[in-house]
Design a protein around this ligand. Structure first.
Ligand code: SAM
Length: 239
């Protein structure tokens, strides 16, 4: 997958691509990335990227001219363009799955009060929000989406790791434990030492349902309508 990130602050994004699993995906050619600095496309000696909003009001807006030129430099009109914004559709695991099928994605990172609407009208395919809160700029939001999407691409991590993750079938994940068996007087649940595969699976599903019911009852309601949840519950039937 090719990723192009259009930003005023490439340095914020750069380090992410040089670390850990993402760095390995880049090295193996699964991910190619390009950082496009909007400031490189300004036309005045001060490299101005923002101006006051028409109609008045507080804050500044990213100028359409340098941003449009930055987008033209990567032929964005012919690519899938995501603008990260609090006014976008909520980002979910399903949206991540959908984006993971794209061959190339351009991310526009906003700043100040955002970007000129004409840029959105001309170039943007998807306006996506990572949550109901306001960040100071779009770099972290773009990275949240990129980080969620690239690990769904074949070959990045094992498919078994993805199968029972939170949201895979609408439920949150079960609690995880590792060595030692006793930590500061706290033991791990006996069933995890039993070696009984079906009992472990039953315990994990119960934990997932309990956790989802406690913190995200809205998800549980949806999961009950989901075939993969019903199949799993049926296979693990306590009868
Ligand atoms: N004036 C905008 C509003 O009220 O919706 C907020 C602009 S915010 C200070 C600056 C930039 O941060 C946005 O253009 C966007 O790119 C990014 N941003 C902030 N919160 C975000 C969120 N929840 N999801 C995605 N991007 C966000």
């Amino acid at each position: 997958m090719k990723l192009k990130i259009v930003t005023l602050f490439p340095a914020i994004v750069q380090l992410y691509f040089e670390m850990s699993t993402m760095a390995r995906a880049v090295k193996r050619g699964i991910i190619e990335y390009t950082l496009v600095n909007i400031r490189d496309y300004t036309c005045d000696k001060h490299k101005t990227c923002d101006d006051n909003p028409y109609g008045g009001g507080v804050g500044m807006v990213i100028l359409p001219e340098p941003l449009g030129c930055a987008l033209d430099s990567i032929d964005a009109l012919h690519k899938h363009v995501v603008y990260v914004t609090p006014s976008g559709i909520p980002f979910t695991q399903d949206k991540a799955l959908e984006l993971s099928c794209e061959k190339e994605i351009v991310f526009i990172c906003g700043r100040y009060e955002g970007v000129d609407q004409r840029i959105i009208d001309r170039y943007v395919d998807d306006e996506v929000s990572i949550g109901d809160y306001v960040l100071s700029s779009g770099e972290l939001a773009s990275l949240v989406i990129i980080d969620t999407v690239y690990r769904l691409i074949d070959g990045v991590i094992s498919t078994e790791s993805l199968d029972e993750e939170s949201f895979s079938d609408g439920l949150l994940e079960y609690p995880q434990y590792t060595r030692p068996e006793e930590y500061r007087g706290m033991n791990i649940p006996d069933v995890l030492l039993s070696g009984h595969h079906k009992h472990i699976q039953q315990w994990r599903l119960t934990q997932r349902i309990a956790k989802t019911l406690a913190v995200r009852p809205d998800l549980l309601e949806r999961a009950q309508k989901n075939d993969s949840f019903a199949k799993k519950a049926n296979e693990l039937s306590w009868n």
